[in-house]
Structures are given as C-alpha cells and as structure tokens.
Design a protein around this ligand. Sequence first.
Ligand code: HAM
Length: 442
Amino acid sequence: MALQRPKGTQDHLPDGSPKLRLDVSARAFRHVTDTAAQVLERAGAAFIETPMFEEAELVKRGVGGSTDIVRKEMFMVYYFGDHGGYVLRPEGTAGLVRAYLENGLKQLPAPFKLWTHGPMFRAERQQRGRLRQFHQVDYEVLGSADPLVDAEAIWLMVQVVQALGLKGVQVKLGSIGDPEDRETYNAYLRELFGAHTERLSDDSRDRLERNPMRILDSKSPEDQALIAELSVKPMLDFLGAEAEAHFTAVRSYLDAWKVAYEVDPSIVRGLDYYRRTAWELHHAHIGAKSALGGGGRYDGLAKELGGSDTPGIGWAFGVERILIAMEEEGLSLPAAPQPQLYVAALDAEHVPLAAQVALGLRAAGLWADFGYKPQKPGNAFREGERRGASQVALIGSDEAAAGTVALKNMASGEQSSVPVSELAGLLGRQDAPDHGALSSRS
Ligand code: HAM
C-alpha cells in the first residue's frame, strides 16, 4: 500500500518536520485561525461549529443547482454502500444559516455575528492553492440588511489579513443586484449568448437555460474567449434603484474608513445565494483566477432553506491560500513557545524522579519537559538548549537525597541548588508561556 495522502489534500506539519514550509505548517495554520479569532471576537462574533456534512438538498438549495460546486464538485457521503443523501460541505454558509435557524438563534438580538473555521470539500482539479479538502475561516452576520453591516464585514476581512502582515491584498467590490435585477441581466445574457450557442461549451449551453450569469464564471477557455469578444455588459449596469443605493452606501462607509478597494463590475461569484454586495479579496501571488477570499450578502438564503426571512451577509477566506500568500511575501511566524524547564536525571535510577518533578510542575500550570533516559550534564544542557528551555534541572543521587535539583539558567549560565518544593514558585515568577502562543508577533 502506498503511503500517500488522498489527492488534493494536505498534511499540516509540526515544527521540525523535514518537509516543513510555511504553507504546510500546522503552527502557521493555527496562527491564521488564532489571528482571525482575535480580530473577529473583538468585533463581537461568536464562535460556532457545525457538522462537516449536511443534507445534499440543503447545499443544493443554498449554493444553487446551476453552480459548478453543486453540479461537479460535491463529495457525496456513502455508508454501508448506501447513499445517505448527505454531502461533505463544500462551503460553510448554508450549514451556518441552517444552524442559526434550527437552534433558535434568531431570538437573540440582531444583527448576530458568527464565525467558524474548518475543512470544506470540493472535488476540484488539484493545483497549488486549489485543493479537494481545504480550510476556510468564515464570518457571517444574520438579521440585518443595513449596508453598515456589509461595510463592517469587508473591513473585518481586511483587518484579519492585515493582522497577519499581508500587504499585497486587493479588495474587488461589486454588486449583483436584487433578484429582479438579475432576471433582467439574465434575459440580456440569454439574448446575447443565444446568438452564439455553437461557440459555447456544453456546460455553458446548459447554463444558458438554467442561469446564464454562470457562463461568466466558466473556467472553459472557449467561453472566456467568447465573453471577451462580445464585450458583455457587467451586472453593475443592471442594478435597480434600491440595490444601487445600497451599493453607494456601502462604498461611502468604506471611503470614510479609508478601506482601499476597487470596484469590479464583473464580479459574479460562484454561488447563487448572493444578492447586492459581493466582493473578493485578491493577491498578486495567488493569480487573478483564484481569490484569497470572497463574500457577499445573501438576504434570500434563509427563506430558500425553509426558514423565516432573515437577511445575512458574510465572507470566507481559504486558509491554505492565505498561507501561500504569506509565504510568497516572506512573512515569518511569531517565535514558537518554549518550555520553561527541562529536567534530566544523571542516572537511570533517578529518571522516574525527574519525570515526577516535571509532571508536578505541569500540574501546577508550568511547561516542563523531562528526559526519558539518563544524561550527562553536558548532554542535558545541550538538550535543554535544543528545546529552547529557559532552565535545565539535573537530578543525581545528591539532589535526590536532599530533595533538590541542580538548576541552570540557560540565559545567564548561573547555577544553583533549588529545593524541588520551591521550583514551581521560582519558575512561576517568570513569565508563564502562552501555550496558544501564536497570537502575538515577536
Ligand atoms: P468561495 O468564494 O466559494 O465562497 O470560497 C471562499 C474562499 O475559499 C476562496 O476565496 C478560496 O480562498 C477558498 N477556496 C475555495 N475553494 C477552494 C479550493 N478548492 N481549494 C482551496 N481554497 C479554496 C464561499 O465559500 C462562501 N461560503 C463565502 C461566504 C460566506 N459568503 C457569504 N458568507
């Protein structure tokens, strides 16, 4: 059996791994989610987790039956050879809105802000930054149609990437109007492309019937060539008065807060639930075709899923793509947290005691490591240094008899004999390590 992970998946590796790069570093991964947690929770977003699989029907209704995601990229969930009617979630929004409605969160004051992170699944052709199992950080606000909420959501997305140190990020903002505006636009597209059906890909001939706007985000080169040739008018030209006013309001907030963005009239997004505000976050190193993240308003989604009418808006970014962008920008991670103490026994007889001392300190909330084999002092100091321990404690027969350790401060080189009973107090007076430790830049 080949030792190989499934196509389109990644292992996120611990520090010290021979194959470690920033974009597959588990610590980098956690740094992204921790940073998102800080920024989003300071804005009042509550953390939520929902299942990794949902009813296929929910996803189909939410994301849209004519999207590539639903038509080509969903992983069905099978068990005991039977199809259970479930899919691995290709995105988070449909499940989060379901959870919001199902669990009575609507009774809480609105707007209600949620955030989550976790794996999403799309059966896409694998390439750098395009995976079959990828991870999103996802932020959603339910219960308000106020353009101020849209602007705040965009601001927060930018805040997260800025807090990560990313510089080459660009917000491309558009609006895809209200459903009536989209109908007018789709009629226009049907007429325009209808005169060239022979040049459309098979998929797009199908899209022409179901949802012509989907032709615009087709990945087929023949479709893209035709789109360029026909100088297709953008959705933005078809906004009705209300959607237009909403878009203007969102822009004026962003202008007032000095959030840099570019109006991109061609934004259509790859999911059907959007209305009005829609945007993408791009990065030079990810390529124009793929975004770091994207979001938009989805006021009709809750009702579409069978719930009561609830406006909503949100965004998600791909953690793997963020990590690629960070790597390309040469960003480094905050220093890894390190143990306060490394305890070594000088002979085999005292290894259990060294372990007991370390375990006692851990139980007192400190970070102590110990050696599983006896070590000479020189080797113990080298091991302590390799682990980045601030202090190294040695235990031999004399120390065991006296109930002490021989303690060396690795920074000053100072050595002293310290009773085991005083170790916790001594180490505790120094700064306790931050075990999450990835939240502050060093
Ligand atoms: P999306 O644009 O489909 O939106 O995905 C958001 C982000 O997820 C993308 O910009 C990208 O960074 C990442 N992503 C998507 N597919 C892949 C893939 N195959 N491999 C790696 N990364 C990928 C949504 O999913 C919406 N639910 C966002 C949203 C939330 N809208 C409103 N609320």
